[in-house]
Ligand binder design. Sequence first.
Ligand code: ATP
Length: 148
Amino acid sequence: MPLKLSIVTAQRTVMERADVTKLVVPAAEGQITLLPSHAALMTALGSGEMLATHAGGTEPIAVHGGFLQIVDDEVSVLADAAEHVAQIDLERAEAARARAEARLTGRDTSIPPGGLDVLRAQASLQRSMVRITIVRRRRATGVPSARP
Ligand code: ATP
């Protein structure tokens, strides 16, 4: 039996499918692969690329923190933020990356000395780079991205 996958954030449902044959997950401790009949599991998510494979192809989804539960072939993803590759605004992600880099390298002079929230800037940089990488990889392979 294929996996039933639900990816939601506080704001919206990003994906609902009942035909997933393989799910690659950016878990907080590293990448894991879920196949049908996987043992029950709960894990925290990192920021990275989730790949949902079904008969129509493989759908890349950016996920950024949250939790995943799998039980009885049902996968529930509660993400802090998530975007299907077709929903990612590349220009916005590039602007976010430039802002984060300017902060982390001290080029952003609007931040007073000692006022930088380094962890927040690093997390923002990571999110933007995940988004950029997913879009660029998808464009490079030339595979059209199906909307969820
Ligand atoms: P930004 O500074 O551009 O808002 P961010 O990393 O701070 O980026 P988040 O807090 O991670 O943004 O996300 C806020 C909301 O905006 C979420 O719903 C997320 O899915 C969406 N979002 C953020 N960046 C993008 C993007 N480049 N393309 C599409 N949706 C995005």
